[in-house]
Design a binder for this molecule. Structure first.
Ligand code: 8YV
Length: 320
């Protein structure tokens, strides 16, 4: 019997063809719904490999009953949906998709920053709703980006790629990270400061940290109060790093001026969520890495990682 591989979303045939020639492959086919938990558990019990998304919980319960499982290839650089400790105990290799999505995610982060500060979405809505009747000097006046200060929270490779873009806009770039990055300081001219200094000094606070026990709930009412009231908050990392109720209040009170969000505490966020009713919020449906080329590269990397592990080789990008 061929080893069984379960893929939790419909992926293009060309991407999965190399797996299908060697293994028994099944995909969740519905594009408008994610695979229900009971089906995922049932498939995992038979699978040698799973190709998963962030929205699939690969927890102890799933891993304990997955007797044949050798590898979980997560279609994301983040792996906060996976219990790494339980996977290690069970000898299951976890892989992610770093590097291939770095530049694309940095592009989107910058797009979000620009859209929020220059009110691009509001302006588009304004013109399409037929509101553009005359020109006035302060029509949809936004906030400048150039020569301002960006504070990056989480200086991994995506943080560095965003810093490089910021430097092209003549911005000063501060960063806060678990560990200092001397090479980035030297090559990019970024400056390490405390988290409180990021909050106090930045015109743009940009969150690009992974979600873990240290970063969960890092932004509460206090943190927003410490920010400039002209500041714009950008989150392209994980919703749970931020207390969303505190963010909403900060925006309503005017503690900060705006927010660009690609991620939310609960995804998909409901359309009547109060954050989405604010003009100073630009919201995106978690599309940081979503360019056609990059998503294809991510999927291909997942397939290669599965092939490697099932052949007994080391995968390209195992999570350590
Ligand atoms: C994922 C992401 O592609 O890589 C990550 O960690 O957040 C995105 O790039 C997306 O969430 C699909 O799993």
């Amino acid at each position: 019997m061929k080893p069984f591989i379960y893929i939790t979303r419909k992926l293009p045939e060309a991407v999965v063809a190399p797996l299908k020639s060697e293994f028994d492959v099944e995909m969740w086919e519905k594009e408008d719904a994610q695979v229900p938990r009971d089906i995922l558990l049932e498939k995992a019990e038979k699978a040698s490999a799973l190709l998963t998304m962030l929205s699939d919980k690969v927890d102890r319960e799933l891993l304990q009953n997955a007797s044949y499982l050798k590898v979980v290839a997560n279609l994301a650089v983040g792996f906060d949906n996976i219990d790494l400790e339980a996977a290690k105990e069970k000898g299951v290799t976890i892989t992610n998709t770093p590097d291939v999505l770095t530049e694309t995610t940095a592009d989107l982060t910058f797009a979000l920053l620009m859209a929020t500060s220059r009110r691009v979405v509001e302006a588009d809505r304004y013109i399409k709703e037929g509101k553009w009747k005359s020109w006035s000097p302060l029509l949809l006046a936004g906030t400048d980006i150039h020569h301002k200060t960006m504070g990056i929270v989480g200086m991994g490779s995506i943080g560095e790629a965003v810093a490089r873009r910021a430097k092209g806009f003549n911005m000063e770039v501060l960063y806060h990270n678990r560990s200092r990055k001397p090479e980035a300081e030297e090559t990019l001219g970024v400056r390490y400061v405390s988290f409180d200094d990021i909050l106090a000094q930045s015109d743009f606070v940009v969150v690009l940290a992974p979600l873990n026990t240290e970063t969960q709930g890092m932004f509460q009412e206090d943190q927003f109060r410490k920010m400039k009231n002209t500041a714009i908050f950008i989150n392209a990392a994980r919703g749970a790093i931020v207390n969303e109720a505190a963010l909403l209040q900060a925006l309503k009170r005017g503690d900060i001026a705006g927010a660009g969000l690609d991620v939310f505490e609960t995804e998909p966020i409901s359309e009547d969520h109060p954050l989405l009713q604010l003009d100073q919020v630009v919201a995106l449906p978690h599309i940081g890495s979503s360019s056609k080329d990059t998503r294809l590269d991510m999927m291909t990397l997942c397939v290669e990682n599965i092939q490697a592990v099932l052949k007994g080789d080391n995968p390209k990008t195992a999570v350590k």
